[in-house]
Design a binder for this molecule. Structure first.
Ligand code: G
Ligand code: G
Ligand code: NA
Length: 256
């Protein structure tokens, strides 16, 4: 069977699970939120990546279904995570692909319905928007942006610096958080161009009233340099891989 067939079968059988990866704030490296990342159990021994599944789901318009499932689980699980860490201010970051106008508009309408039906304080929620060629002008001004804002839901630009995720977004939508793509972070040195770019991006984002998250932090060296650069939050394997709720709740120590 093709991956698409396997994915369709898995979706029909509700084999979607939200995993959680902590995002920590500098300088204390305290967990401030989790990013919900989907995992789908396929009936195959062949290797596959989440990225491939997301791309297939986007192509076949199944992404709404995945996003709805992950969002519901994430909202359900957030109070459990808060209780585990004794911190009611811990938030949840949820991914949204912006594939095309049809998907994005109905998907965001769905998303808002799910949010509005939950008891969660929505100011603890961030939507991470991922690049798309179709992220056109009409989108920037659409009413859901106002609704997100009215609910105090934060908007993060994912994978900043790659593909379509660029300055035009920053100009046109009210971005609260910029997530620096991990390709800028990997192997960071003080003499590198990436160091200067992250420096500039932090200054710019802070000047615009936003915050910066560095993704894919794996080494002490990266951690040290990013803290020197005034990055606000960090995420990466150095703290924790994405884990299931069960795994996260059975972990008694801070991930650092
Ligand atoms: O977890 P992992 O790094 O393997 O995820 C691969 C990619 O899939 C990430 O870039 C992420 O943006 C995307 N992704 C993961 N979970 C979700 C999800 O629930 N919804 C959407 N739309 N994208 C997701
Ligand atoms: O871009 P986004 O935030 O959606 O990326 C999330 C993806 O990045 C997840 O698939 C997750 O598994 C992966 N990821 C998280 N931390 C690290 C890391 O430190 N190194 C690498 N290589 N991937 C990571
Ligand atoms: Na993301």
């Amino acid at each position: 069977a093709t991956l698409a067939t396997l994915l369709r079968q898995a979706l029909a059988a509700n084999q979607v699970e939200a995993y959680y990866q902590p995002i920590v704030a500098l300088p204390e490296l305290k967990i401030v939120k989790f990013e919900a990342l989907c995992r789908v159990k396929l009936d195959t021994k062949l290797p596959y990546s989440v990225q491939e599944l997301i791309e297939i789901a986007e192509e076949y318009n199944w992404i709404d279904q995945i996003d709805a499932a992950v969002t519901k689980q994430a909202l359900h699980d957030l109070p459990l995570l808060q209780r585990h860490y004794h911190d009611n201010n811990i938030g949840m970051s949820i991914n949204r692909s912006v594939v095309n106008d049809r998907v994005s508009h109905c998907c965001l309408a769905d998303t808002l319905n799910i949010f509005e039906a939950s008891d969660i304080d929505l100011s603890l929620i961030t939507l991470e928007l991922t690049e798309s060629a179709y992220f056109d002008d009409s989108y920037y001004h659409s009413e859901w942006l106002d609704k997100l804002k009215a609910h105090n839901i934060a908007i993060a630009l994912d994978d900043f610096g790659t593909g379509y995720s660029s300055f035009s977004y920053l100009r046109q939508i009210p971005v609260n958080i910029v997530k620096i793509d991990r390709s800028f972070v990997s192997g960071l040195t003080e003499e590198s161009n990436e160091f200067s770019m992250i420096d500039m991006l932090c200054k710019l984002t802070h000047k615009m009233g936003g915050k910066v998250i560095a993704e894919g932090v794996e080494t002490q060296q990266e951690l040290y340099l990013l803290s020197k650069l005034n990055v606000d939050m960090l995420q990466g394997y150095i703290f924790s891989k994405p884990r299931s709720l069960e795994q996260t709740l059975s972990c008694h120590n801070d991930p650092v």
